[in-house]
Design a protein around this ligand. Structure first.
Ligand code: NAG
Ligand code: NAG
Length: 505
């Protein structure tokens, strides 16, 4: 008897879990994202110059997991019409893609505009318009022209002018067709991974120093591009402009341990707050915990000044409020397990400056070591953004899951989308978080940076062993298509029960 009651209760509980919110609010929009260097290929044709990822993958192939590069990638430079046809088949409201700076401005500066670069993006924009797909366009998605890296890249304050000039050209050339802009994709990955480590190109590894020089320049460059758009282009073009910040959300390993709760908050300020606090808070500037920790560490190292200095009043005001929406890229959650120096931290470094030990041992896994499946962490991040940044309107500008090459029945991806989207519905309806749109990463398997083609995030499988790079839809194409058609989490059994679908196929 007792057993039957238990089973009954479990069945009931299972039903309540499954029967959460399923319908998206009116006006909620769906899109899919890509980035120029990961899909375009055509790295050396029609006037495009070398970028930092071309340089890294050609000169240090040992840093790419499978020794590949983006020379051909998905060949979107030649096959953008297929990209657009796939997007139209899935039925997206918008397509998020990025512009290749080195394709548009081979010197990095506006002294030489490459007509083929302008032509290529106009062709893509026209193809999208024909299918009624809105463009959401990223100005900088990591592929810095090598010419500018040779001058120091994002560690050079001159980059503020170069980025502003490049943005000016893009607003002028494409602003009649593009109404939604993103300045930077994932500033943390640009500054910490590329200037404070070798995880991304140009792999400068100036840990604890270059990363903070980069953030000073990047945040100022972002603000200058915003003000330029706001003052000069918005009055005639009527668009909107934002920044997309990536987060690994940190949770305390034990939510009842006050010290771990406080440390997780510090870690979130170091990760998300590093770039969000200067833009989205009323007081502006870098987060207090970050300024204090780095100052203490710097003094202990014998430095006369902190490796991370607070902005002066001019720049605090200039950077504050410069994003129409909060763009969030989110994939995963890590745990904070204790105070002290993380065993993987270099000296000095951003990670050491946090003063907390972290672990990835949480949630389900994916093909990427860093990507753990923790849907509730997404909800906690979104609630934290609402309370930390005065309830901003939010676009999820990336979210996705990796599996191994050739996984066509991609249940891992489908269940990841379903669970993460379900958490978005929870925070919209239960907590009033203003999430307005969702962007899945990514249209097709592409050059996944240092992972090469060894980890796959696409809706379409791309066979890179075939020179024609054929594309094959995965099951998630049908999932996302149905989601968008009905504006509701797909209820089909086919998407819920891997065992069943295998029998049916
Ligand atoms: C472009 O790069 C390819 C390798 O991806 C090489 O075979 C080709 O010769 C290069 N073309 C030019 C014009 O440099
Ligand atoms: C954007 O421009 C409007 C209109 O001039 C102005 O009121 C607003 O303060 C500007 N935004 C920022 C962040 O400067």
């Amino acid at each position: 008897m007792a057993n039957w009651t238990l089973i009954g209760l479990l069945a009931l509980c299972h039903t309540c879990l499954v029967a959460g919110y399923t319908k998206f609010p009116a006006g909620f929009t769906f899109g899919i994202a890509t980035a120029a260097h990961q899909i375009e290929g055509a790295w050396n044709v029609s006037g495009k110059s070398e970028n930092v990822w071309d340089r890294l993958s050609h000169t240090r192939p040992e840093l790419i997991a499978d020794g590949t590069n983006g020379d051909i990638a998905c060949d979107s430079y030649h096959r953008y019409q297929e990209d657009v046809d796939e997007l139209a088949y899935i039925g997206v409201d918008f397509y998020r893609f990025s512009l290749s700076w080195a394709r548009i401005l081979p010197t990095g500066r506006v002294d030489h505009v490459n007509p083929d670069g302008i032509r290529y993006y106009n062709d893509l924009l026209n193809a999208l318009a024909e299918k009624n797909i809105e463009p959401l366009v990223t100005l900088f998605h990591w592929d810095l022209p090598q010419t500018l890296q040779d001058l120091g890249g994002w560690a050079n304050p001159k980059m503020i002018d170069y980025f502003r000039d490049y943005s000016d050209l893009c607003f002028r050339e494409f602003g009649d067709k593009i109404k939604s802009w993103i300045t930077f994709n994932e500033p943390y990955e640009i500054c910490e991974d590329a200037y404070g480590d070798i995880k991304k190109a140009p792999a400068i590894d100036s840990h604890g120093v270059g990363n903070y020089l980069c953030s000073d320049n990047l945040l100022k460059a972002h603000a200058e591009a915003y003000h330029l758009y706001n003052e000069t282009y918005r009055p005639v073009q009527n668009g909107r402009i934002m920044i997309s910040i990536n987060s690994i959300w940190y949770e305390p390993a034990d939510p009842n341990n006050a010290e771990l709760v406080a440390l997780a908050e510090v870690a979130n300020q170091f990760k998300f707050g590093w770039f969000a606090h200067p833009i989205f808070t009323a007081e502006g500037g870098y987060p207090t915990a970050m300024v204090e920790n780095v100052a203490l560490q710097s003094a202990a190292e014998g430095l006369p000044k902190s490796r991370l200095e607070q902005f002066d009043d001019y720049w605090i005001q200039r950077i504050k409020g410069t994003s129409d929406f909060l763009g969030i890229n989110h994939y995963t959650t890590f745990l904070i397990t204790g105070a002290g120096v993380d065993p993987t931290a270099k000296d000095p470094s951003w990670l050491k400056d946090i003063g907390a030990v972290q672990t990835m041992e949480v949630g389900g896994d994916s093909a990427s070591e860093w990507l753990r499946v923790v849907p509730t962490g997404f909800a906690n991040l979104l609630r934290w953004c609402k309370s930390s940044y005065n309830d901003p309107p939010i676009y999820i500008t990336e979210n996705g899951f990796s599996d191994l090459p050739g996984t066509l029945e991609d249940y891992g991806r489908i269940s990841y989308f379903n669970e993460y989207l379900s958490e978005i519905l929870n925070v919209i309806y239960d907590d009033g978080v203003k999430v307005l749109g969702y962007t899945a990463w990514t249209l097709m398997d592409n050059f996944e940076w240092r992972a090469g083609f060894s980890e796959r995030f696409g809706f379409y499988y791309v066979d890179i062993t075939d020179p024609a790079r054929p594309r094959t839809p995965k099951l998630s194409v049908e999932y996302f298509k149905q989601l968008i058609a009905n504006r509701e989490l797909p209820q089909d059994e086919i998407f819920k029960d891997p065992a069943k679908i295998r029998d049916e196929l």
